[in-house]
Unconditional design. Structure first.
Length: 518
């Protein structure tokens, strides 16, 4: 909730208080959010290999809290930000020391939040028996709690930021973070903690090195000693299992000869990469809803009643209102119904769930493009200001798609996790968010460069009525549909290679048995 309140309304602070341009502000927001999710990889690595989930959460929660405090201090004290704009004066953009304070604050928040996210999910999942059928329900419940936090952030906290100032809003985020920290440590004596495994990544690296060193060897067949249930894909990695001439009497380095289990683990890690890559465009769409769609709403009539206005940033609450309503229904109604048809414990597989979301997100951008053209024509041709609720459908459709893709992706990576890599593979989910937001920054810059004219590019102006935001939305709709077709190929490839899933499940169950969690 705390990070949502900052990230989802940060663009308003950048434009109104720091006096950055709209494109520059949009890129700062996407880079900030992207960094949070990229750092999740660091959090997953530290958690699995060195600290464990509990210690990772403990350390980085304090770092995130410190960032919130520094950010609220900058928003409160005039000497830490540029002077306010006046009607007859030129706005002074933040620079020098003011900019330094800002970046230190937001990237302390990014470091803390990024490292906590995957550890928190894995820490909760670790409390369950690995054979438990309740894991899917847990992931749904986790996303329900996340959606509730987002809803509070996008309504109550955004309202505080709008009416009491950004400093008050940031201070509330700091207070909420401090309260969450206290709640977390209160359960210290009751948690089931898995010990970290320091060498978990080294054996996988050894497979790649050994396979490269023996690249001229012929891949062994199952009759030659690779027996058991193994994937026929990526056979080149099996060269790492080939013994050099001399047989068992010759001792080979671990960087030249690897076990079958190591090869299986490396195959799993490579096989999930295409699935991960197919969700990047999905999160690029999310970036638009947190940046340009907020500014789109700022140019519309925000009145709900004659006296009450809805803050444009609160539009982002719409998907989470929907999620709070339909996630429980999904778990209680859809899953039992689908289970009778498919026989799958979760109703549909995680891969099918991801695919539904990737298909739906295309229509979010189609709706956004149509509504933006209607809004701009009304403003420029008829001098009318449309109600902000005209752009609600793009948020509603995205909310439906997120329920399928986001939860499905988390469940997919956790259930396909290797021995000792649950948190790291879960962090790949957040890495998808990161790449999606970074891709958004690249697309904005690239589109402006390609479409530049004497009057500027599609997204060049601070005045959204002079931009061609609808064309940018159409571009994203096309990319989303092509991405869905790409996903169909890779998900079919993974599903047809069923031994990969069997290997990962077996590895995860053995890991939990070895850890002997009481």
């Amino acid at each position: 909730m705390a990070i949502a309140a900052v990230g989802n309304n940060l663009i308003t602070y950048l434009i109104n208080d720091m006096h950055f341009s709209l494109p520059h502000s949009a890129n700062i927001v996407t880079n900030f959010v992207g960094t949070i999710f990229l750092i999740a990889l660091l959090g997953g690595f530290l958690s699995d290999s060195f600290l464990g989930t509990f210690s990772t959460i403990l350390i980085f929660a304090l770092i995130e809290l410190s960032g919130f405090i520094l950010l609220s201090a900058q928003a409160h004290f005039p000497q830490l930000k540029p002077p306010p704009c006046h009607q007859n004066s030129v706005c002074i953009q933040a620079k020098g020391f003011n900019t330094l304070i800002f970046y230190i604050a937001i990237y302390m928040v990014a470091l803390g939040s990024g490292c906590i996210k995957p550890s928190m999910i894995s820490h909760g999942a670790n409390q369950f028996n690995p054979q438990s059928n309740n894991l899917s329900t847990y992931f749904n419940a986790t996303y329900f709690a996340f959606s509730l936090g987002e809803l509070i952030a996008l309504t109550l906290l955004i309202w505080v930021q709008t009416h009491s100032g950004m400093d008050a809003g940031f201070a509330v985020s700091a207070a909420v973070m401090a309260l969450a920290f206290i709640f977390f440590i209160s359960g210290t004596l009751y948690y089931r903690n898995k010990p970290p495994q320091p060498t978990v990544f080294l054996p996988i690296l050894q497979v790649f090195v050994a396979a490269i060193l023996k690249r001229n060897k012929i891949s062994p067949s199952t009759q030659q000693g690779i027996g058991g249930q193994h994937s026929s894909k990526m056979r080149f990695l099996e060269k790492a299992c080939i013994q050099q001439e001399g047989g068992n009497n010759t001792k080979e380095s671990q960087w030249r000869l690897c076990s079958v289990e190591q090869v299986d683990q490396a195959k799993i890690l490579l096989s999930v990469i295409p699935i991960f890559a197919c969700t990047i465009i999905f999160n690029t769409v999310l970036a638009q809803l947190q940046t340009f769609s907020v500014q789109q709403g700022s140019a519309m009539d925000t009145h709900i009643t004659e006296s009450f206005r809805i803050p444009p940033a609160s539009l982002q609450a719409i998907p989470y209102v929907l999620l709070i309503l339909i996630v429980p229904l999904y778990d209680t109604l859809f899953v039992p119904f689908a289970r009778k048809i498919t026989g799958h414990e979760s109703g549909i597989t995680p891969l099918q769930r991801i695919g539904v979301g990737l298909f739906l997100v295309t229509f979010s951008m189609v709706s956004a493009a149509i509504m933006e053209k209607k809004r701009r024509d009304a403003a420029l041709i008829r001098n009318e200001t449309l109600s902000i609720f005209w752009i609600a459908p793009q948020f509603i459709i995205f909310g439906m798609s997120e329920m399928f893709t986001a939860v499905g992706l988390i469940e997919f990576f956790y259930t396909q996790s290797l021995k000792g890599m649950q948190t790291f593979l879960t962090s790949i989910t957040y890495c998808s968010y990161s790449f999606g937001f970074y891709l958004s920054s690249v697309l904005v810059s690239l589109v402006n460069r390609i479409t530049s004219t004497k009057g500027g590019g599609w997204l060049h102006e601070n005045d959204i009525n002079k931009d061609k935001l609808d064309l940018f939305y159409w571009l994203l709709a096309a990319l989303s549909f092509l991405n869905f077709l790409n996903y169909l190929f890779w998900s079919t490839w993974y599903s047809n290679n069923s031994s990969l899933s069997s290997i990962s499940t077996e590895s995860r169950h053995h890991s939990d048995a070895d850890n002997n969690i009481p």
